[in-house]
Design a protein around this ligand. Sequence first.
Ligand code: ZN
Length: 294
Amino acid sequence: MTDYLIKATAFDGMIRAYAARSTQTVEEARRRQDTWATGSAALGRSLTITAMMGAMLKGDQTLTAKIEGNGPLGAIVADGNARGEVRAYVVNPHVDFDLNPQGKLDVARAVGVDGNLSVVKDLGLKDHFTGQVPLVTGEISEDFTYYLTHSEQIPAAVGAGVLINPDYTVLAAGGFIVQVMPEADEDIVDQLEKDIETLPAISKLIEQGYAPEDILHQLFQQTEVNIHEQLPIQFRCQCSKERVERAISSLGNEDIQTMIDEDHGAEANCHFCNETYYLTVDELENLKHTTREN
Ligand code: ZN
């Protein structure tokens, strides 16, 4: 089953909703990062929510979400865009704890709660949009709920979950975002709160075979859901050897000469996809010449 998200409205457009199945995307991130179970859950929740927030953008707009809770995982960084492409990394992937008292992966303990969630959006304007809130629980979903409600000023509810197999691969991953438009009245908000409270864990629903559409129908049992768009989600990194070369050629010739003399080449690793790029002495010499001619 391929990954995708849907954009929908309910209650005559007064509620906007997104739902995603992201199992394969999170599995690819896990494989590339080699995260252990608790780390995979934190990475997967961040990735899934970022995919849905990316779907709120248009054209070539992009966003980067950074969660820094000062826990053992270190920072989590996730990029998303309007085409459903996401990538993410954690600083320390090898983090795993016993389940928390609720029987769930202890994401809060791995992430920490002493820090911030920040979002930077490149909307194609001169200045980037940035928003930052303190972490509320370190469980990630609640932190994004707080961010959307307080920083972007649209009351929201966010849920995301990841189930991990005993062999550490990803069994199921998915999420939802519900946003309350300003014209929505109190009754709708009250109803929505009750509906979200009674919604079973999202990762369980995905495991049982629920598609994103089924999740929203399950959530909005009292009203009609209008689905406007379906968007595939995939793990996609923007790194390339050309980008590494551009970065190196922007250094001074002296620095490049040092790489040649001391390292006999250059090696660059991408945090996001874990791809390693190698440059030979000859390739470095070429970059140096280009710099000089310019
Ligand atoms: Zn990469």
